[in-house]
Unconditional design. Structure first.
Length: 273
């Protein structure tokens, strides 16, 4: 079966997507790009990929739509239980001790690549349950997909999608609505959703914990290094980073410390005061 793109067109689109987002397409995932492009070209009522290429070079909104279509948005509540156990049993006590030492009363978490919202809402449920009441909580959830962010902000999920939520949280933080569940106002108040392309600076500072799981796997080495450097710059002197199981900082120039726990592996930023 003939390819939808010529080799030259594949190189042109790949380079433009990489320049715009840091997402890297190789020969092995070429079919994914071609499938998404076929849909976008048809939707734009254009006859050929090259005409669409000319369109996205001059139309930033259409470029955003293309980037939205090539991202993967697979997620679920409390995904990778080991991460949440490490968060609750190691990170949280460590972080609370640091906050007490510094006299700080605010906790900020960044869910980078939040997809349809299950991750930041899971984090919010755990922290609303475990944080002392005198501490304030802010969770910033960002993604490149505008469609995913719309789902996130609505906070409504079909019954089939809430299976990972512990029963005590399901009763406390979700409300039965029609044929699904609605995230409660108590949880939605502490989560702020925002469009953000990880290729660029987020403007965030004083972040205590970053969750960026199964995102940088789509970037090549230089783009991964840039993203990790920006995380470091955004985080407090005593903070933590969670990556996906198939991702690591191995081989990168970074000052993050590798932390292995009984539940999962993560990274810590620790600068002596």
């Amino acid at each position: 079966m003939a390819s939808y793109l010529t080799d030259e067109e594949f190189d042109l689109f790949s380079a433009l997507i990489y320049e715009g987002s840091g997402i890297s397409f190789s020969a092995s995932n070429r079919p994914i790009l071609e499938s998404r492009l076929r849909e976008r070209v048809k939707g734009a009522k254009l006859g050929a990929p090259r005409a669409y290429y000319d369109l996205i070079r001059r139309d930033q909104e259409e470029m955003k739509q293309l980037l939205d279509s090539v991202t993967t948005n697979l997620t679920w509540f409390f995904r990778y239980e080991g991460h949440f156990r490490a968060f609750e049993n190691l990170v949280l006590p460590d972080l609370l001790a640091y906050k007490k030492k510094k006299g700080s009363r605010h906790v900020r978490v960044w869910s980078a690549g939040c997809s349809t919202g299950e991750e930041p809402y899971s984090i919010a449920m755990l922290l609303k349950d475990k944080l002392p009441p005198e501490l304030t909580l802010e969770i910033v959830a960002s993604d490149l997909s505008l469609k995913s962010l719309m789902v996130s902000k609505e906070g409504f999920y079909a019954e089939s999608r809430v299976g990972g939520v512990p029963e005590k949280y399901l009763k406390r933080f979700l409300e039965v609505k029609n044929d699904g569940y609605q995230i409660s106002a108590e949880i939605k108040r502490v989560v702020r959703f925002d469009y953000h392309n990880l290729k660029f600076d987020s403007g965030l500072t004083d972040v205590d914990v970053v969750f960026c799981r199964n995102v940088i796997i789509y970037f090549d080495g230089p783009a991964q290094q840039e993203v990790v450097n920006r995380f470091w710059a955004a985080m407090t002197p005593h903070s933590f980073l969670f990556l996906g199981h198939s991702e690591s900082l191995f081989g990168m120039e970074t000052r993050f410390e590798f932390v292995k726990t009984d539940w999962a592996c993560l990274y810590r930023k620790f600068l002596e005061p």
